[in-house]
Ligand binder design. Structure first.
Ligand code: NDP
Length: 328
């Protein structure tokens, strides 16, 4: 066994520190599948873990990175054999289990999803956990019964990863999309992804009234806090909001009025412990319902050495769209 390159987070006297380092393969954690990692990506949670701005990491040293696409090297799991192309999202990777910013990862075979035939490993990580979460949110709105004729869908954190992919998917499905962004200078980018209207996030930043003018049939929210409270207050009768993020805060300063007077539903979206069947469904839907030329237009590529800088930028809300990390 040798060593491989990885972004390793260690505890220091003043907090934590992340750096590119050599990691001894003998120190990989238990798992029945070893994967040669081809690509990973930078999600908001990766940013929090690497900058130490939130207690994402539960064990030290930790290899950061919550998701990867790669090729099975060895397996004692019945579903996987060497050469299989796989995707991994969540399940505590980069939090409690050694993570994805590494040339090698050892994980449980039960955690893996087969890479859909039409999606390359690079595209899978251009989608990443952000895009897979966007798909889970769209699926929740569909399950609620929302169809394009019911009215527009608002997407908050629009220029970020979840937001960008959500806009592209919703537009391809025929929905009219209202992009809510703090970066109105990105209007052309957001319209290119399929948004039909752009609104400044300041409109949803003030204290929420119990009920406000009905503006959308549904929403996908990556922001939380007053933004989510306002989204709910502005959702049409019988509509639904899928909440997946906290980029603006973890609180929810709203009222029950939208639920009890307009029958609005609030769906919680979790990608980390999501059951495997729903993951497979989401990845199959991403194969068919996401325009890959739009995906390319929202993605840029870095290598492992660029991860710490990208991590700081995403926590500052400075990243547009998606960042792929080329590893293999
Ligand atoms: P990004 O940083 O790429 O996007 C977040 C966007 O939110 C920013 O681009 C910005 O969009 C907006 N934003 C940032 N700060 C604020 C603020 N203070 N107030 C209002 N809006 C703000 O992150 P991701 O898209 O990767 O993730 C988005 C959120 O979803 C995160 O909170 C993340 O933790 C969560 N998430 C949850 C998952 C789950 O399983 N539930 C899985 C994946 C992500 P703009 O500039 O357009 O306003």
């Amino acid at each position: 066994m040798g060593t491989f390159k990885a972004i390793v987070i260690d505890k220091t006297e003043s907090g934590t520190k992340a750096a590119l380092a050599d990691f001894d393969e003998a120190n990989l954690m238990d798992g029945d599948v070893t994967v040669a990692v081809g690509y990973s990506t930078v999600n908001y949670k990766d940013g929090l873990a690497i900058t130490g701005k939130a207690p994402v990491v539960r064990r030290f040293p930790m290899i950061a990175g919550i998701d990867f696409a790669g090729t099975v090297e060895t397996s004692s799991h019945p579903d996987w054999k060497p050469g299989d192309k796989v995707i991994h999202n969540g399940w505590g990777l980069g939090e409690t289990h050694l993570g994805a910013y590494a040339q090698k990862a050892r994980v449980k075979g039960d955690w893996l999803v087969r890479l859909p035939g039409a999606i390359s490993a690079r595209d899978a990580m251009a989608i990443g956990t952000a895009g897979y979460t966007a798909m889970l949110a769209v699926m929740a709105l569909e399950k609620h019964g929302l169809t394009p004729d019911r009215g527009p869908i608002a997407v908050t954190g629009a220029a970020g990863g979840v937001g960008s992919v959500a806009i592209a998917i919703l537009a391809k499905l025929g929905f009219s999309v209202i992009a809510v962004t703090g970066r109105t200078a990105e209007a052309d980018y957001l319209k290119g992804l399929g948004a039909s209207e752009i609104i400044d996030r300041k409109e949803l930043a003030g204290p929420a009234k119990p009920l406000a003018k009905e503006r959308w049939a549904g929403a996908i929210d990556a922001v939380g806090s007053t933004t989510l409270a306002n989204l709910l207050a502005m959702t049409r009768y019988g509509g639904a909001v899928a909440a997946c993020g906290l980029a603006g805060g973890m609180d929810l300063p709203g009222s029950v009025a939208p639920f009890i007077l307009r029958g609005v539903c609030l769906y919680g979206i979790d990608s980390v412990m999501c059951p495997i069947d729903r993951r497979r469904e989401a990845w199959n839907r991403l194969e068919s319902d996401l325009d890959r030329s739009k995906l390319a237009s929202m993605t840029r590529e870095i290598d492992l050495s660029g991860v710490p800088e990208a991590a700081a930028a995403i926590v500052d809300g400075q990243v547009r769209g998606r960042i792929v990390v080329k590893i293999g």
